[in-house]
Design a protein around this ligand. Sequence first.
Ligand SMILES: [Zn+2]
Length: 405
Amino acid sequence: MEKRLISYRCNIITPTKEGRLLTLEDHIINVQDGKIQSIVPYAEHQGEWNDYRDCIALPGFIDLHAHVSQFHVKGAHEPALLPWLQKHVFPAEKHSKNPDYARNISSLFFAETIRKATSFSVIYTAPFREAADAAFEVASQMEIKAKIGMSLMDTNSPAYLMHNKDYALSNSIELDEKWTEPMLGHIFSPRFALSCSPELMHEIGKYAQAKGSFIQTHLSENPEEIRQVIKAFGQDSYTEVYRNLGILTNKTILGHAIHLSDDELDTIKLSGAAIAHCPDSNFFLKSGVFPLSRIKEKGIPFALGSDVAAGTSLFMPYHAKMMNYRQDNTLVSAQEMLFRITLRSAEILHLDTRIGSIESGKDADISFFKLPPELDFGENALSPFFFASDIFKLKQFLIDGKERL
Ligand SMILES: [Zn+2]
């Protein structure tokens, strides 16, 4: 961590906790001890400064849903979830039982998150302790912020991935006890209802509720998946399965959540659980359209995930653009796009006092994107940033004030 005070002269765009979009032209961000010490207009600054006048400073992006062990099968297509898992994902995840392989793929994954200005990721690993240990070890060495969980699969899965309930429980509880830091912590990760026994999910729910631990899983991504879940569990809906097993808490993050009845949305709202919306993945696997306006009307918190490898990129602004493109009739503003890859994600992680915006006292997780010379700085620069992002080049990226490029 950098102890010296370092000053960055730049233009800032950030969401604020009051729900506003703040645009600050020609300001100084003072960074010390990994934190944003102050933000002042340049005219009031005395002393040296680093020249980022040609840049927009944005908060580090947050990816609420990704699979590290799938990193090498990005783009391998199959137009439906279950065949895609069988053909591409499960065979790829098998390799992460080898610790060297798992460390290598984790290093490549996290290096890419840095290049894409993501400062916090919420991650599933392959269903092996080796894969989870490697991801934690590499994240710790690379000073990456993340929640990481081993995918749990104790039933109805290929033999080369499947573990038993005791393995799933004992290893994930050990990980939960070992990795307790807010910025590098464990998240229980029952993969989805089809790969987990009711007994396992019940135990996870009970433990996580008692300890206040985070849980992530997938919900109602694909119609055939839903049909199989309802048949296997004999419940009225997919959401009821999770609710009855104690999986829905105010620290649960549900991936996808596409095909949901109003009753299911009410159940989710009541539980306090949040949704990781993964529009690129939904498009890729032809899963369906996220009911964005209904979910907003219900007031269910949601933010964006890359869902690599069904998502094709770790660049979160691209996923924000996909959120917009996937909606035919619902307006998605550039301000909202920024919010759902930064501050909203931080709120869902209960970390919004530390990350998610550029404000005094928060962690200095800041990206500096070069503003193309033909564009003027201001709120209007945000729209081209999302829709024509390749004309903005990442010039520097800080995590805890440490320059990462
Ligand atoms: Zn996923």
